[in-house]
Structures are given as structure tokens and as C-alpha cells.
Design a protein around this ligand. Structure first.
Ligand SMILES: *[C@@H]1O[C@H](CO)[C@@H](O)[C@H](O)[C@H]1NC(C)=O
Length: 358
């Protein structure tokens, strides 16, 4: 307990050091009078209204540019670039020790691998670890030392086959324990300010339930994760693979989900409307953004041949409810999909609303 407390203080000190923006002038900054009168800058308006205003100001090309993890800036509107991909499985990653910053050594706490932490069966410990990760995430971001605030953790796939090779990232084989871990970690990271099941105030940092779903094979006897087709019965889906994700969304109120590389009963996870829109958003009340695993869109055409053309792959994932592509496939192929009238611009707007809301 003393250790965690002490590290939080270090984070706090980092926070105090840091008030400068990294790429001024941002829209909405007082120093940027050309944009600060736009409705999307009015913090008194509901997020929904602000996001609608922002999306309505973008050209089609600007919209498409925002559908990938390395989103470029839109200087015309003072919108900074954003990196959707950050990691924090057992501590904020990619801020290693030994880098000097303002006279202090900049480092994030590295907690034990999740399989060990989970073996404590201590939900409050999981929550407190999440809290430290969220505070340190906010600290290094505010210090201009992190690229983003959207962390692609926790990994809550069920670990039953040691040949997978990534079991140490997970809370183990039990759906109930894994679901409890997910909820505790996410609430800690995001900041536990919930009222009547709804997030009030702001996210401290954003967590992401991954990899959605039935993902537990990397490369085995000529079958790799890009082409693996998990055959799962309805019962096993309900008993084993989905409960952690349901808890992550319903109890953790996670603001992110990552769809997996693999197919489930023939359908690529990122192209599965039933999974992303009907189940996560519809039944579980998910209210956040959905990212692909990295290059999970390109493989739908390149490796799986599920889609007949690259444009069809783009249409499949956006219509399924995916919002951002880790990779560059959507940047390269979305314009043509719109020109071919396969993809209504409203699907792009829907994705952008989810992204900008977070
Ligand atoms: C997208 O286009 C760029 C530039 O032509 C290329 O380097 C990149 O590999 C393409 N990405 C995909 C996933 O096809």
C-alpha cells in the first residue's frame, strides 16, 4: 500500500510540472481566436453537440484521415494529431526508466504480469493498480511525454491453452475472475466517477477491452492468428468467451474495445455487426470507440479473402461498427469505397463521432 501511495505522489509531482501544450496553437486555445468561437470549443455544451459540430466542419478527405490510429493534425481547424495506440497492460508502457525530464527521472511503474496479479484474487488490489496506471498515464501525457490517452489494455481473452504464448498477459482461464479483473482495472484506469451506471465528469485515461472475441491462438501448425477461424458453440460463447467482455463493458464502463484478428464461426471479428453493434453497443450499452487489432482490416481481404476487394473490407468493418483502423488500410481504401457508392458517408461520420467523443 505504501509503495502505491508513494508512486501516486510522484505522478502528482509530474502533473504539477506540466502545463504547456506540445503543438500549439490548438483549436479552442485562447491564443487561437479563429477557432475558439466554434461550438465544438464550448465546454458548456454536451459532448454530443460539440462532436456533431466538429464532424460537420470536416471535408471527406479530412474525415478519412482520422480513421487510422496515427491520426494526422488538421491545422486548418487547429486539431492536433492523435495517436490512438498506447499500451498499459501492467503499467504505462514506452516511458522507460532513465530518461531525464525536468531534473527528475521519468519512468512509469511496471507492475507484475497480469497472470500473477490475478492470482491474488484481490479485486481491490486490481482496482488500485488500475488507479496508479491511470494517474501515471495522465501525468506523462500532461507532461507531453506520451502520444495518447487511449490504452489498449486489459487483455481479457480466456487462457486455456498454454501453446497460445500470451497467457501471461491475461487473468487466466476463469471467465468470472477475468470479468472481475477487467471491471476493476478499467474503473481504476478511467477514474471511478460513476453515477447511476453512467460516467460523470471526464475520463482520467481510456481503457480498452481486447481482443474481442474468442482469441487464443497465435501460430500453431501452419494456422496463424490472421486466418484462424474459431469454431465456438453458442453455449461456449455465452459461458466462456463473452462474460469477461460483458463485465468489462457493463461493470467497468470501458470506453474502448478492440476487435480481434481471428474469425468466429467464419466471420472476422472486426466485420461482425452482431458482435460489435448488436451485442456490445446494443445489449451491453457500450459507449466508446472500437479499434481494430493492428492490420486486422487488411487481412480480411489479403489473408482471409472474406472480402472480395479492399473496398469491400472497408465497408464490412465500418458497417459492422468498427471506428478506427490500427494500420493504414482505411486511409488508403475508404475514398474509393465512397466513390463506388458502397459506403455512405454517414458510416464515416458515425465512426468519427465515437472517436471524437472519447
Ligand atoms: C497504404 O498506402 C501507403 C502509401 O502508398 C503504403 O505505404 C501502405 O503500405 C498502405 N497500407 C496498406 C495497409 O495497404
Amino acid at each position: 500500500m505504501g509503495l502505491i501511495h508513494c508512486l501516486s505522489l510522484v505522478s502528482l509531482l509530474l502533473l504539477v510540472h506540466t502545463t504547456e501544450s506540445t503543438q500549439p496553437p490548438f483549436s479552442c486555445d485562447a491564443s487561437n481566436p479563429s477557432t475558439k468561437s466554434f461550438p465544438f470549443c464550448q465546454t458548456s455544451l454536451p459532448i454530443k453537440k460539440r462532436v456533431q459540430d466538429l464532424v460537420s466542419r470536416l471535408t471527406l478527405d479530412e474525415k478519412i484521415s482520422q480513421l487510422v490510429n496515427t491520426a494526422p493534425p488538421i491545422p486548418r481547424l487547429g486539431i492536433p494529431g492523435y495517436q490512438w495506440w498506447s499500451e498499459a497492460l501492467h503499467g504505462v508502457a514506452n516511458v522507460g526508466p532513465g530518461i531525464h525530464f525536468n531534473g527528475a527521472i521519468k519512468a512509469a511503474t511496471s507492475f507484475p504480469q497480469v497472470i500473477l496479479t490475478a492470482a491474488s484474487f484481490d479485486t481491490h488490489l486490481w482496482y488500485r493498480i488500475g488507479q496508479v496506471i491511470g494517474a501515471e498515464a495522465r501525468a506523462v501525457y500532461n507532461a507531453g511525454q506520451a502520444e495518447g490517452m487511449t490504452f489498449w489494455a486489459p487483455n481479457i481473452n480466456i487462457f486455456r491453452d498454454p501453446r497460445w504464448g500470451r497467457g501471461q498477459e491475461t487473468p487466466g482461464e476463469d471467465p468470472l475472475v477475468t470479468g472481475r479483473y477487467a471491471a476493476a482495472y478499467v474503473r481504476g484506469v478511467q477514474g471511478d466517477s460513476f453515477e447511476g451506471g453512467k460516467l460523470k465528469g471526464r475520463l482520467q485515461a481510456s481503457a480498452c477491452c481486447k481482443h474481442f472475441t474468442a482469441y487464443d491462438l497465435d501460430d500453431w501448425k501452419g494456422v496463424n492468428r490472421f486466418v484462424f477461424d474459431a469454431r465456438v458453440t453458442v453455449q461456449d460463447m455465452a459461458d466462456t468467451y463473452q462474460p469477461p467482455f460483458q463485465s468489462c463493458v457493463e461493470e467497468g464502463r470501458a470506453s474502448g474495445i478492440m476487435c480481434a484478428y481471428n474469425r468466429v464461426n467464419g466471420v472476422p471479428s472486426c466485420a461482425d455487426y452482431n458482435l460489435l453493434s448488436k451485442t456490445a453497443r446494443g445489449r451491453w450499452g457500450f459507449n466508446g470507440y472500437i479499434t481494430s487489432d493492428c492490420d486486422a482490416v487488411s487481412i480480411i481481404f489479403d489473408n482471409q479473402r472474406y472480402a472480395k476487394t479492399p473496398e469491400d473490407a472497408v465497408v464490412d468493418v465500418l458497417k459492422a461498427g468498427m471506428d478506427v483502423d490500427c494500420g493504414s488500410y482505411l486511409q488508403n481504401h475508404t475514398k474509393k469505397a465512397v466513390e463506388q457508392k458502397k459506403l455512405p458517408e454517414s458510416e464515416i461520420d458515425r465512426a468519427l463521432r465515437n472517436l471524437f467523443s472519447v
